[in-house]
Write a protein that binds this ligand. Structure first.
Ligand code: PAF
Length: 295
């Protein structure tokens, strides 16, 4: 198990990537904020599979621009030595862990990315500046790494949709791949935030994925029954405070009022469990028995 090489500056990153660029190898990229877990390792393996002999780069950078005042920027776990172990186990070649000054010399950039209407819904309602900060840092990291393929988790489904959209709308020349959500054996989606849950909250947190699974089963009968099944599951929890539970198109648009059988959709949930806000989502196939789904 080779340890990845650590790059702290843009220049070090460029030097490390130069041989692969000369050889015409593809570069794979997994942007992260660290606190890496098995879910991130899965993304790294997807990148590894996609680029073959080419280098896989993981960035570890807690991006201040995507945190509003009062959000958990200072509380966000910083665990670089452990992160390097996770990267080593997943065949990563280069870990890019820059300082804030290295990414934002001179402070916030004057030119930013306008994320458009998709950033105003769902997560954007409670975090109106969040996706602008995400897209700015992802655009900057794409510029520094210049990857051929970048892998993001489907758990942050709205983020994935926006990054896809940015790459397409701004012709960034990178293929954005969405990797399936990794889960605990009981179904809880892996998240760096799960570490904040106490024992009781951890037990109740699984209600989110149970609700989504129940919706998948009931989707054979339509959107209304799917939502009803999810809500019934959520009512069994006592400390889960739901922010939103919605069914959308796979692109996060509005579904037609009477979608025909076989219509693909997505169910998304956000809820506070204690003080920890969790999100999750699953695909739905409307009007079709649920056992044909992936997860
Ligand atoms: O999903 C994350 O960890 C972050 O939002 C990302 C994409 C690395 C940008 O900071």
């Amino acid at each position: 198990m080779d340890r990845p090489v650590l790059a702290r500056t843009r220049a070090e990153l460029a030097d490390l990537l130069a041989p692969a660029r000369r050889q015409g190898l593809e570069v794979g990229f997994v942007p992260t904020m660290g606190a890496l877990h098995a879910g991130h390792a899965g993304l790294m393996r997807v990148a590894r599979d996609r680029v073959g002999d080419g280098p896989v780069v993981v960035s570890v950078f807690v991006n201040p621009m995507q945190f509003a005042p009062g959000e958990d920027l200072d509380r966000y776990p910083r665990t670089l030595p452990d992160d390097l172990e996770v990267c080593a186990g997943a065949g990563v070649d280069i870990v890019f862990a820059p300082t804030v000054d290295e990414v934002y010399p001179g402070g916030e950039p004057q030119v930013t990315v306008e994320p458009g209407p998709l950033a105003a819904v769902l997560e954007g309602r409670s975090r109106p500046t969040h996706f602008r900060g995400v897209l700015v840092v992802v655009a900057k990291l794409f510029g520094l790494v210049r990857p051929d393929v970048a892998v993001f988790g489907q758990k942050d489904f709205q983020q994935l949709a926006l990054i896809r959209r940015m790459a397409a709308d701004l012709c960034l020349g990178v293929e954005v791949v969405g990797a399936e959500t990794a889960r605990e054996p009981d179904g809880l989606a892996l998240s760096s935030r799960n570490r904040y849950l106490d024992a009781e909250q951890r037990v109740e947190a699984v209600t989110l994925s149970r609700a989504l699974r129940a919706a998948q089963e009931a989707a054979a009968y339509g959107v209304g029954p799917a939502l009803d099944a999810a809500r019934a599951e959520l009512r069994t929890a006592t400390i889960v405070d739901v922010d939103y539970l919605v069914v959308t198109t796979p692109e996060l648009g509005d579904l037609p009022s009477d979608p025909p059988p076989g219509t693909e959709a997505r169910i998304l949930i956000a809820a506070r469990v204690g003080t920890t806000r969790l999100i999750d989502n699953l695909p739905l196939l409307l009007g079709t028995p649920a056992d044909h789904h992936d997860s």
